[in-house]
Write a protein that binds this ligand. Structure first.
Ligand SMILES: [Fe+2]
Length: 413
């Protein structure tokens, strides 16, 4: 690995997190609106802790910036030590946001000194690279978490008032058919020899994929509105049992951020008229599955998705575009990457031959392989250089606060 290129990437990723937090006041940055979401301040601190704990502390003489913070910013690494309870992250009025910014600066300076000294061996650089991707995951979470927090505030303030509002006309739904075939999916196992991938994408392996057809764009708001108007949220025959229980218990009747009338939706830019052409967003797996059933289709498997997306240009309405909301693609772009994460029918499980990373970092992905479904493709809040076709995002089927939508699939006749 080229240390100079890694140092450049490290600095760019760290600067991006600060830029994403810049529109937030100290009060905004402390809010935790639900147990699944974390305060922006915690994201800024935890991503820093990751570098301190897993890179700097590899050195036996390392002294922590503030040892008392170790448990505060440990997310879920049981083998590292105790941790502050996730639902109580919003209680951390100390350290202050300024102190967390200072913490970031201190750790960045220590990392920079180690780079300059040529101190990082290949193994340390691989963990550093992992840390930058970890931080990019948290950048997306910072945005989805603050969106939820601001929506929970009765004043529903915008995260930013200067976001562009891009609109285009969605292309008519087209289907592309794929013959039955054995396809290669996934990425090479660690240690990294090629481009970065998480351990949960490996090993690369072969899969038999039956003949099927895939929609050439995600489902639009107008199409989802037809499901609502047809009584989709009131017909138990369309829903998985667990999903129907959630519809009843939580009173679901529309995507998470739509208003009562289905006219406006809350965005990071504040309330806006719902664009009928844009991909529908903020659906859980249960809603995506019910919609697909109503439409006479199904969700794609993650392998059908990967086969179609592999080799496609990795571009689209991603974080780098600065739009921060899904939009219809002009010119019939299939939108494999960006706009919305696409729920797949695939349970998040280990690939055959999966080996978690050695040591504490083995807790990063593998222990969550139960009770979640895989999402593919990336969203308007995902950094472009964080993605690849084999990327496996995963969330519980009831999770709705991510930029999550769907693309339809069906069995070939
Ligand atoms: Fe994390």
């Amino acid at each position: 690995m080229d240390p100079a290129a890694l140092a450049v990437r490290y600095r760019a990723v760290r600067a991006c997190s600060l830029a994403l937090a810049a529109p937030l006041s100290a009060e905004d940055a402390m809010v935790q609106s639900m147990p699944d979401a974390s305060p922006a301040k915690w994201h800024l601190a935890h991503t820093t802790w990751f570098f301190e704990r897993f890179v700097l502390a590899r050195h036996p003489d390392y002294r922590a910036v503030e040892p008392r913070w170790d448990a505060l910013f440990n997310s879920y690494y049981q083998s590292v030590g105790p941790m502050h309870a996730r639902p109580r992250r919003g209680l951390l009025s100390r350290p202050s946001l300024d102190e967390v910014r200072d913490y970031r600066e201190t750790v960045d300076a220590r990392i920079a000194r180690r780079f300059e000294a040529g101190d990082f061996d290949e193994a340390a650089m691989q963990v550093l690279l992992l840390g930058t991707h970890h931080e990019q995951q948290h950048q997306e979470l910072l945005l989805t978490d603050i969106k939820h927090a601001l929506w929970c505030n009765p004043l529903t303030p915008a995260y930013r008032t200067d976001l562009p509002c891009l609109q285009a006309v969605a292309t008519p739904l087209r289907w592309t058919t794929h013959a039955e075939s054995i396809v290669e999916v996934g990425a090479d196992a660690w240690p990294l020899a090629q481009a970065f991938a998480y351990d949960n994408e490996s090993p690369r392996h072969r899969m038999l994929v039956a003949a099927h057809a895939l929609a050439q764009r995600p489902v639009s708001n107008a199409e989802f509105r037809a499901f609502i108007d047809d009584g989709g949220y009131r017909d138990p025959a369309l829903w998985l049992s667990d999903g129907w229980d959630r519809v009843q218990a939580d009173g679901w009747s529309r995507p998470l951020y739509w208003d009562d009338d289905g006219e406006r939706e809350f965005t990071l830019g504040g309330w806006r008229a719902i664009d009928p052409h844009a991909p529908v967003c903020h659906l859980g797996y249960y809603e995506a599955d019910a919609f697909a059933r109503w439409a006479g289709a199904r969700l794609p498997t993650e392998f059908e998705w990967e086969r179609a997306a592999a080799g496609q240009r990795l571009d689209g309405n991603l974080l780098d575009a600065g739009v921060l909301h899904p939009r219809a693609a002009a010119g019939g772009d299939a939108q494999w990457f960006g706009d919305v994460w696409e729920w797949t029918a695939s349970a998040y499980a280990a690939y055959p031959g999966f080996r978690p990373l050695p040591g504490s970092l083995g807790e990063y992905n593998g222990k969550f392989m139960c009770g979640s479904f895989v999402l593919r493709g990336g969203s308007c809040a995902t950094p472009r250089d964080h993605l690849r076709a084999s990327y496996r995002n995963f969330f519980a089927p009831s999770a709705r606060w991510q930029f999550s939508g769907l693309r339809l699939a069906r069995d070939a006749a």
